[in-house]
Structures are given as structure tokens and as C-alpha cells.
Design a protein around this ligand. Structure first.
Ligand code: F6R
Length: 251
């Protein structure tokens, strides 16, 4: 193999989505077993569904417990109530928190319809600090290289805040919304807060992520948010073959 892989993050390539999902679940389960009070920062979207499915199986079949863990989600659309079908509250309840023994008092998703969204961002950031920061952050990656809803150009020193979504993100995420577009704005955990996680896993699956993954392995630049992870001492990219297909082409 003559491809020039970046020194960091570590890259692991799996034959398919199922293998990638199982590997991600193994890491989350391992960290939670080693430290039952682990603080986890988690994504929504299509990519982590297999990981959540596997974690739910491990909870049901192997006694994996999340009862003492603390959970934060990376983002939520601004303006959505917690029971809106397209909200990340509902997604997380239906795909993970509601299917395992997570303690609702230790489950946190930004409140998209908070009366004072700015105060909600500050509250959210404060809660993460008060529990001692994040032990393990799991990320997906947008086709434009975004992590959380930190779109290209997001400052590396940003904290939890209100952001405007890229037009492409609004189209890609249109799924559950009327009018063919996701909301204009969202609350996202910031770049600096993500970076301060003690360990980071980025999951990517499919050919439509190949360019973003390759760009993330190129020059570190705010134009490609995921490239920040190259500077992180304990970041790993878990990729399936298709998502890894352009690694090394961009530098
Ligand atoms: C969602 C999030 C986003 C997604 C990214 C990839 O909470 O933080 O950064 O991880 O948009 O989404 P999927 O997995 O749907 O391709």
C-alpha cells in the first residue's frame, strides 16, 4: 500500500457497514464497562444506527448497563419541541436511550425550543463541564466535512452555540420535514468542546462520505471541520471500505 495515510487520527477500515457498526459498539461498550460512570457525547443521523442497534443487543443479551453513564447529544434543530418526530430527542429515545437502561436524569439533548436559546447553549456547556468533561465522543461526518452541526468555517475554539446550517445539510437532512428542507438553524456542541473529549471516534460509511473523509485527512483547516481531529491525541476514524476509498488522495 503506497497511500500516504495521515499520522493522526488512527484509521481503521472495515469490510462493510455492519462490521464498522460492531466495532464502534465494541469501543463504546468497552469504555462503559471499564468506567460505568463514563460521560458520552453522541451523534444522530443514519451512520450510528447500526452501532446503537448493536449496543441495544448487548444490553439485552449481555447485561451491558448504561445506568450510571451520562449522555450528551451533539446537536438539535432550533425551534423543535422534544416530541417533534424529526427532533433528535425522539431519534435518541427511539433508537437508544429508550431501549437501554439509561437514567433519564443523566440524558441530555439540547432543548431546541428553549425560550432563551442562548441561555440553553450556556446551560448545556456548563453541564458538560460540571460532570468533568466528555470521556468518549462519537461523531458522524457530513458530506461537507461537518462534525456535530459545525459547518465549514466553524472556529476551532467555538463552544456550544446557535449555528446556521449549510444549504446542503438542510437538503440532505430534509427527510422528516415539510417543505423539503431541515430547519435553518440548530444548537450544536462546539469544536473546542468536541476536541476536549478525552477520546473521539468518527464513523463514516458509504461512497458519499469518501471525499469528506479524505479532506479530513488532509490539511488541518477550519474549512474542513473534521480535519481538526488530526491534532487530537486519541481520535480514531472507523470507516467502511467505500468511505475509505479516497483516503490519501487529498493532502
Ligand atoms: C448528527 C450530527 C451530524 C451527522 C452527519 C452525518 O447528530 O452531528 O454531524 O453525524 O451529518 O449524518 P449521517 O450519519 O446521517 O450521514
Amino acid at each position: 500500500m503506497s497511500r500516504s495515510l495521515p499520522a493522526q487520527p488512527k484509521i481503521q477500515v472495515f469490510p462493510d457497514y455492519e462490521a464498522l457498526s460492531r466495532a464502534a459498539a465494541r469501543v463504546v461498550a468497552g469504555r462503559t464497562r471499564a468506567n460505568p460512570e463514563a460521560v458520552l457525547l453522541l451523534p444522530t443521523g443514519t451512520t450510528p444506527l447500526g452501532m446503537y442497534r448493536r449496543l441495544v443487543e448487548m444490553h439485552a443479551g449481555e447485561g451491558l448497563s448504561f445506568a450510571r453513564a451520562t449522555f450528551f447529544n451533539l446537536d438539535e434543530y432550533l425551534g423543535l419541541t422534544a416530541d417533534h418526530p424529526a427532533s433528535y430527542h425522539v431519534y435518541m429515545r427511539e433508537n437508544f436511550y429508550g431501549l437501554v437502561d439509561a437514567d433519564p436524569r443523566r440524558v441530555h439533548v439540547p432543548e431546541g425550543n428553549a425560550p432563551d436559546p442562548q441561555a440553553e447553549c450556556e446551560r448545556y456547556e456548563r453541564m458538560m463541564a460540571e460532570v468533568g468533561g466528555v470521556d468518549l465522543c462519537v461523531l458522524g461526518i457530513g458530506r461537507n466535512g461537518h462534525i456535530g452541526f459545525n459547518e465549514p468555517g466553524a472556529p476551532f475554539d467555538s463552544r456550544t452555540r446557535i449555528v446556521r446550517l449549510a444549504e446542503t445539510t438542510r437538503l440532505v437532512n430534509a427527510g422528516d420535514f415539510e417543505g423539503g428542507r431541515a430547519p435553518e438553524r440548530a444548537i450544536t456542541v462546539g469544536m473546542r468542546t468536541i476536541f476536549e473529549s478525552r477520546e473521539i471516534l468518527l464513523l463514516a460509511s458509504g461512497a458519499n462520505k469518501a471525499q469528506a473523509v479524505a479532506a479530513a485527512g488532509g490539511e488541518v483547516s477550519e474549512a474542513v471541520p473534521a480535519s481538526m481531529l488530526r491534532r487530537h491525541p486519541a481520535a480514531t476514524f472507523l470507516l467502511d471500505r467505500e468511505a475509505a476509498s479516497a483516503v490519501g488522495e487529498i493532502s
